[in-house]
Design a protein around this ligand. Sequence first.
Ligand SMILES: [Zn+2]
Length: 100
Amino acid sequence: MPSGRRSTRRPWAQDHPELDVERVRGGRSTESAADGEWVVQRVSGASGKAYTCPGCRQEIASGTAHVVAWATDDLLGAEAGVAGRRHWHASCWSHRARRR
Ligand SMILES: [Zn+2]
């Protein structure tokens, strides 16, 4: 029986952050979806801008609290993911997650 090197050991130290629903209520959270890892940031909408929600194609009026989501595993890198961030109605975002 060869006592050669056993390289089956893997660093499992990178524990996967689980979605903590309670934590969503304030600030930022990370969500796993069928299409990747997303960072979801709650915003107050106080920036004074209006956005179009990709979920329902309706406008998110300025001053409306909503979420901003971007992919952290974008094929072009995290920066591209942030650059491609989208503004969603909070309810549309949660529906999106449920649909997939
Ligand atoms: Zn919407």
